[in-house]
Design a protein around this ligand. Structure first.
Ligand code: ATP
Length: 238
């Protein structure tokens, strides 16, 4: 059974339809990616999966259980956690306080403290900057903090929205390495939305191509990468 299954989902902002009849699934520990042009509806779909936006049709299933319309804290408690585009870290809080906030749904305070140590051991920069205000970090450091904060919820599925956006090539490589490592180090699956196709191809096992709100191709990442549709629609080759 899939960890998460999106089943025939439509989304809309008011009268404006975005996603139409989207179905996809992510298995335990799998890295899947949704590729597609700007405005295709990728972010909107992630918002529906994490409970931030109620689908107008279809279902969101976690371990086969219907979680459609549940609020984000319920989905987080079920292990579905989003790291939004633009990082959204708290600029006036310290790095450590930002990490602690990632664990807001947890009750196991001693394990939370141990996980903060663990994040600081894995993301060395977060140990160095533990007392610094979030807003003083570079873009790449903020992205590491945003991912670590997401991991503090002990997710089973991390939804990552454009983690490489605006980062230097060196930092993009670091983000790529972290994503490739998430399963082994933190036991989580990942659903990644990325404009940087080479990053997505490098880390994902499965890919979905979204266009105008619909999934137009779903396959292993290798097959998708070499598909004609992918080259035509995404890479702009004729
Ligand atoms: P991008 O990579 O640019 O974020 P995307 O594939 O993630 O693209 P979405 O952000 O999901 O696409 O946007 C899909 C459509 O929904 C776009 O036409 C966008 O203008 C519209 N949209 C996004 N957010 C809102 C909102 N809060 N209210 C109304 N329309 C919105």
């Amino acid at each position: 059974m899939s960890l998460i299954a999106v089943d025939g989902v439509d989304t809309a902002y008011g009268a404006v339809n975005v996603n139409r009849d989207v179905s996809l699934s992510v298995g335990e520990g799998e890295v899947a990616t949704i590729l597609g042009p700007n405005g295709a509806g990728k972010t909107t779909l992630l918002r529906a999966i994490c409970g931030a936006l109620r689908p107008t049709r279809g279902r969101i299933l976690v371990d086969g259980r219907d979680m459609t319309g549940q609020p984000p804290d319920r989905l987080a408690a079920a292990g579905i956690v989003m790291v939004p585009e633009g990082r959204r870290i708290f600029a006036d809080l310290t790095v450590e306080e930002n990490l602690r906030l990632g664990a807001y749904v947890r009750r196991d305070q001693s394990a939370v403290a141990a996980d903060i140590e663990r994040m600081q051991a894995y993301f060395r920069i977060l140990a160095e900057k533990r007392g610094a205000k979030g807003g003083t970090l570079s873009g790449g450091q903020q992205q590491m903090l945003a991912i670590a904060r997401g991991l503090m919820a002990r997710p089973r599925l991390l939804l990552l929205d454009e983690p490489s956006l605006g980062l230097s090539p060196l930092m993009v490589k670091e983000v790529q390495a972290v994503i490739a490592d998430v399963r082994r180090n933190f036991g989580a699956a990942v659903l990644l939305v990325e404009q940087n196709a080479s990053l997505a191809f490098a880390v994902a096992q499965r890919g979905y191509l979204m266009q105008s709100g619909r999934i137009v191709a779903a396959d292993t990442i290798e097959a998708l990468r070499h598909s004609r549709l992918m080259r035509e629609l995404y890479l702009g080759e004729g």
